[in-house]
Design a protein around this ligand. Structure first.
Ligand SMILES: [Zn+2]
Length: 143
C-alpha cells in the first residue's frame, strides 16, 4: 500500500541535510525526510520528520537552530569524504544564511519574533565559552 503523505504544492525543498554529498532530503508537510531511507523507488521514507524545513517551516527551523546554538559550544561532524567543526555561533549563522536564501520574508519575520539569540563560542576562560549575542528587534534601538 502506498501511504506516502501528500506533498505540499507550495514547497519543493531539496537539500543535503542528512550528511550526503548528493541531494538527500526532501520536504513533506514542513519537515525533512531522508531520501536514502527508502528501499524501493517511490516507496515510503522511514527516516525523518523531526527536522523543520528551512523553506516553508522557517520559524520552527530557526527556533530549533537557536536552541542548539544556545546550548552547544562546539563539536565536529564526520561524514564520508571529510567532516567539519562547528560552534554554537556557526550553527546559528549558517541556519540564518540558509533560511534567508530560501525564504527571505519568512526568515525576517522569524528573526524578529526570536528577538535575541545568545550563541556560544569556545573561549579560554572561567566558563570555557563566550556568548555572542545577535539582536533582531523591530526597531534597532530597542533593548
Ligand atoms: Zn518545506
Amino acid at each position: 500500500m502506498n501511504n506516502k503523505p501528500q506533498e505540499s504544492a507550495a514547497c519543493n525543498y531539496e537539500g543535503h541535510d542528512f550528511g550526503a554529498t548528493y541531494i538527500d532530503s526532501c520536504c513533506i508537510d514542513g519537515y525533512l525526510w531522508d531520501l536514502d531511507s527508502c528501499d524501493e523507488p517511490g516507496g515510503r521514507l522511514s527516516d525523518g520528520g523531526d527536522m523543520p524545513c528551512p523553506k516553508c517551516n522557517t520559524l520552527e527551523y530557526l527556533e530549533q537552530a537557536k536552541e542548539e546554538a544556545e546550548s552547544c559550544t562546539s563539536g565536529s561532524v564526520f561524514v564520508s569524504g571529510g567532516g567539519y567543526a562547528y560552534t554554537g555561533e556557526s550553527i546559528w549563522l549558517s541556519a540564518v544564511r540558509k533560511a534567508e536564501s530560501l525564504n527571505p520574508d519568512g526568515a525576517a519575520h522569524a528573526l524578529q519574533k526570536l528577538g535575541v539569540v545568545k550563541t556560544l563560542v569556545p573561549e579560554a576562560g572561567t566558563n570555557g565559552y563566550a556568548v555572542h549575542r545577535y539582536i533582531y528587534c523591530e526597531e534597532g534601538d530597542r533593548t
